[in-house]
Every structure is written in structure tokens, then in C-alpha cells.
Design a protein around this ligand. Structure first.
Ligand SMILES: C[C@@](CO)(OP(=O)(O)O)[C@H](O)COP(=O)(O)OP(=O)(O)OC[C@H]1O[C@@H](n2ccc(N)nc2=O)[C@H](O)[C@@H]1O
Ligand SMILES: Nc1ncnc2c1ncn2[C@@H]1O[C@H](COP(=O)(O)OP(=O)(O)O)[C@@H](O)[C@H]1O
Length: 281
């Protein structure tokens, strides 16, 4: 049996730099991985099966096309395994939950089946966000998400995540986006303090935020709530929403700030970044 943690992905900024002929958008985005996520477990079995548990599991029960099963079929068509997903992250929420699960399944199954497959190209076939989730370490995403560049050295910082319980489908947000393009950000080699990082992040944007608020105005309320938290240095939406984050000086400060948010139906979390322990691909 192999068990893997599938951390959420947060886009600290997301610039849409251009649009491709096929409709996909070119991005420049800084993705980080907080220490909150789903759990994926795989075991030997004759047939391919998936069992789902966890607080957000029910949402996915009815869907035949889970990304975990798609990942398994892509990796080795026809091979069996019993998959289990503990779904702790809200679904269709801009923090890459499905992508994180697919990436964890690729890793876990290639180990279980003792395969030598090149995982990054397979990851991209499952979604633009899956390559960065396969790495599960801070990365600058470019291209449509498949080009992973190094990021400035990060200071220790804390983060609060809030999701208002509404699903926002990624294609709808890209479609609703108006306005031009934003150039790639100009970032230093290292940030030696949270404040230095926040100063640069304030010069960046999430180019999908306005469109997402147009689709789900409650995102504006989430951003106001995060901005008002004592110690919050910056509040912004992640990915295509609806999850938003706020940056704090330390993980402990973020955990304390998250604990006071008690809006019914809102999911919240506070802490620091996930420390990557998996080997490089
Ligand atoms: C916006 C981002 C930012 O990290 O995150 P999420 O909001 O999903 O977490 C990602 O680019 C999402 O990646 P992912 O969710 O894997 O997207 P995909 O399934 O490949 O694409 C869904 C749809 O989004 C649009 N899309 C996605 C990625 C991209 N670079 N350009 C696009 O235009 C396309 O309309 C595509 O059909
Ligand atoms: N394991 C999974 N976890 C989450 N979503 C999944 C999973 N498998 C399939 N999906 C589908 O993928 C969709 C999420 O896609 P997307 O909007 O890109 O998510 P996010 O913005 O959270 O990255 C969901 O609506 C759901 O139908």
C-alpha cells in the first residue's frame, strides 16, 4: 500500500500574459503549496476501483470521471488498483485539489506498478495545473502551466485560506475575463522578509479575480473578510477561485486568524507551507 499527501496549490499572483490559438491562456504565476490537502492511497487489486471519503467526498461521489481514475488509465491502461481518496479540499475551488490528486495518483501508481514512465508529460494531459502539483514545491508556472521555473527564495510566512462554498468552474472564469494581458512579473532572486515579498506581490495581480467575482460576488465578501483580519498583509484570490488567501507574518499567526472566521458554510484553514519530502522527478 502506498499513501501520499496531495497538498493544495495557491497562486500568489496569476498574470495572463497571452492567449494561444487553441483558446488556452499563457500564464505567469507563482504557485506555493500550503500544508493542507487531500490524501491518496493505492493498493494492489485485480480491477481499478475508487473509494472516496472526507468532508468534500460527497460532491465527487456522483462523478464517474474522477481525475484519479483518469490518471490511472493514462499511466497503464487496463491495470488494476484499489484507490482511496480522502477529500479534504473544496472542489472546483482554485486551489488545484483535483490536480493535486491526479499528480499524487501518478506518483503512487508508478511506484506501486514499478513503472519507469516520464510523469510530467502525462501530468499535462490531465490538466494544465497537474505538472506543478506533481512537483509540489514552490514554482513559477509559465506556458499554460507546464513550464516550471525557479522562484525567489521564500521567507517563512503564514497563510489563511477561505472558500465560501461555491464552485467556480475554471473554463467559465477564463471565458468571462475581460481586458488585455499583463506582462510577466519582475522578481528578485530572494525575498529576505515577508514584507519584501508582500511589497513585490502587491505589484502583481490575479487577472482572473474580477471575472470570478462577476460570476460569484461572494468572493468579494471573502476578500473583505480576509483583509479585515488583524495581521493580514495581503488578500487575493487563488487560481480561478473561489478560494482566497491572506498572507501573515508566521504560520502560528495565520492559524490563530483562521480560527476566528466563523461564517456558516465557509471552509477555512490557517498555517504554513508544506515541506516537500518527495524525491525530484
Ligand atoms: C487557473 C489555474 C491556475 O493555476 O488554476 P485553478 O483555478 O484550476 O486551480 C490553472 O491554470 C488551471 O489549470 P487546470 O484546472 O488544470 O486547467 P485545465 O483542466 O487544463 O483547463 C480547464 C480550462 O481552463 C482554461 N485554461 C486553463 C489553463 C490555461 N493556462 N489556460 C486556459 O485557458 C481552458 O478553457 C481549459 O479548457
Ligand atoms: N479528485 C478530484 N478532486 C476535485 N475535482 C475533481 C476530481 N476529479 C474530478 N474532478 C472534477 O474537476 C473539477 C475541478 O476542476 P477545476 O475547476 O479546474 O478545479 P480547481 O479550480 O479546484 O483546480 C470539479 O468540478 C470536478 O468535477
Amino acid at each position: 500500500m502506498i499513501s501520499l499527501f496531495a497538498p493544495a496549490k495557491v497562486n500568489l499572483y496569476l498574470h495572463v500574459t497571452a492567449k494561444r490559438e487553441d483558446g488556452y491562456h499563457l500564464l505567469d504565476s507563482l504557485a506555493v503549496f500550503p500544508a493542507v490537502g487531500d490524501n491518496v492511497r493505492v493498493e494492489d487489486a485485480a480491477a481499478l476501483s475508487l473509494e472516496i471519503s472526507g468532508p468534500f467526498g460527497a460532491v465527487l461521489q456522483a462523478e464517474a470521471d474522477n481525475l484519479l481514475l483518469r490518471a490511472a488509465r493514462l499511466l497503464a491502461p487496463g491495470r488494476g488498483a484499489a484507490l482511496h481518496l480522502e477529500k479534504n479540499l473544496p472542489v472546483a475551488s482554485g486551489i488545484g485539489g483535483g490536480s493535486a490528486d491526479a499528480a499524487a495518483a501518478l506518483r503512487a501508481l508508478s511506484q506501486l506498478w514499478a513503472l519507469n514512465a516520464e510523469l510530467p508529460p502525462l501530468a499535462l494531459q490531465l490538466g494544465a495545473d497537474v505538472p506543478v502539483c506533481l512537483a509540489s514545491r514552490p514554482a513559477r508556472m509559465q506556458g499554460i502551466g507546464e513550464i516550471l521555473a525557479t522562484v525567489p527564495r521564500l521567507p517563512e510566512f503564514g497563510m489563511v485560506l477561505v472558500n465560501p462554498g461555491v464552485a467556480v468552474p475554471t473554463p467559465a472564469v477564463f471565458k468571462a475575463r475581460q481586458g488585455g494581458f499583463t506582462p510577466a512579473a519582475n522578481l528578485p532572486k530572494a525575498w529576505t522578509s515577508v514584507d519584501a515579498m508582500v511589497t513585490d506581490l502587491l505589484n502583481c495581480t490575479n487577472d482572473l479575480q474580477t471575472a470570478a467575482i462577476g460570476i460569484q460576488p461572494v468572493i468579494g465578501e471573502v476578500l473583505d473578510t480576509l483583509t479585515a483580519l488583524p495581521g493580514a498583509k495581503l488578500a487575493r484570490m487563488s487560481g480561478s477561485g473561489a478560494t482566497c488567501f491572506a498572507i501573515f507574518a508566521t504560520p502560528a499567526e495565520a492559524a490563530a486568524a483562521a480560527a476566528v472566521i466563523s461564517h456558516p458554510g465557509w471552509w477555512r484553514w490557517g498555517g504554513g507551507l508544506y515541506e516537500q519530502t518527495q524525491p525530484d522527478l
